[in-house]
Design a protein around this ligand. Structure first.
Ligand code: GLY
Ligand code: MN
Ligand code: MN
Length: 312
């Protein structure tokens, strides 16, 4: 029963997603260097309730700089710095139904060249998957494979992996594992509904009533090469990738939308959330919201209680 949703359920997911879009916009118009992550969480959750959502459907994730690569960072207490990206993975709960939408924004309002490169790869992967989701009967696994391909080709172009199918030692049972897994270590998405990770339709196909996310990401953890293990092959790969990892370190980018497949085809429920680089940068250039209510002196006192550069 939970694998596919009725039109009435989809309407609730639509409202939850519209509210979530408003919250992303509020955060984009608020973010500035030297603010704390919790300030963005605050305007997000304010916007949820202000528009009738009962609560966040899951702990709001606001992860900046190094925290952008932590999939479920929800301490949300780091002071953001110019040059950071911040991943905001949030969802409003509306009459029991939870949306799930992630945007990644540059704290200072414009992406750096390296951030743009990663962003464009992740967005292209998202779009490749979404295009397949327009066709009824497509298995969700085909969406995953399409996204994997685009991510792997993009990472190959910038030199973070050796080739789209490149492997490395350290897999289970002594086998090799994919190099893509160094930088993309979660599934493409999941069903949404009464909980943020809800059931998918039987056999995980795109059928009428399927409600799901698409959420590819790339995350460059500065210490990622330490995970390569030991041995000559690992050491050679480490040496080869180290300068490129250094160049992209601490960039974590995820782009997630909530979708429903209806009798009219694929609907992007979170269509109101700015998504392209241009849309995000344009929104961030709009006048700040909430700043008249900000007491910077009190926020700054928080630094006493957290170590500088706090991250996991
Ligand atoms: N917010 C959790 C997820 O994206 O799956
Ligand atoms: Mn999410
Ligand atoms: Mn999700």
């Amino acid at each position: 029963m939970r694998g596919t949703k009725s039109p009435a359920e989809i309407e609730l997911l639509q409202i939850a997603s519209t509210i979530t879009s408003h919250a992303h916009i509020a955060a984009m118009r608020t973010a500035d260097p030297e603010m704390n992550e919790f300030e963005l969480q605050a305007v997000i959750e304010y916007t949820f309730r202000r528009n009738g959502a009962a609560r966040p459907g899951f702990s709001s994730i606001v992860g900046s700089g190094p925290n952008s690569s932590v999939l479920h960072w929800d301490e949300n207490n780091r002071f953001m710095e110019a040059g950071d990206v911040v991943v905001m993975d949030i969802g409003a709960e509306y009459f029991g139904y939870t949306s799930d939408v992630t945007r990644t924004i540059p704290v200072s309002g414009t992406f750096t060249r390296e951030q743009r490169e990663i962003y464009e790869i992740v967005l292209a992967a998202h779009l490749a998957a979404a295009e397949l989701a327009e066709v009824e009967g497509t298995p969700y696994s085909a969406l995953s494979e399409a996204a994997n391909r685009v991510l792997a080709e993009g990472l190959t172009r910038i030199g973070l992996i050796e080739s789209p199918d490149a492997t490395m030692p350290g897999g289970r049972g002594g086998r090799n594992r994919s190099q893509l897994g160094l930088f993309y270590y979660h599934g493409l998405g999941h069903g949404i509904g009464l909980v943020v990770h809800d059931s998918m339709p039987e056999r995980s196909m795109i059928v009428e009533g399927a409600c799901f996310t698409i959420e590819p990401g790339i995350y460059i953890r500065p210490n990622v090469l330490e995970m390569l293990g030991t041995g000559a092959e690992a050491e050679a790969l480490r040496l080869k990738l180290a300068p490129i990892v250094a160049r992209y370190a601490n960039i974590g980018i995820r782009i997630e939308d909530s979708y429903a497949f209806t009798d009219k085809g694929l609907v992007r429920l979170s269509v109101g959330t700015p998504r392209t680089i241009e849309e995000v940068e344009t929104m961030m250039a709009m006048p700040n919201l909430f700043n008249e209510l900000r007491d910077g002196e009190t926020v700054e006192k928080y630094r006493i209680f957290i170590p500088p550069g706090n991250n996991r």
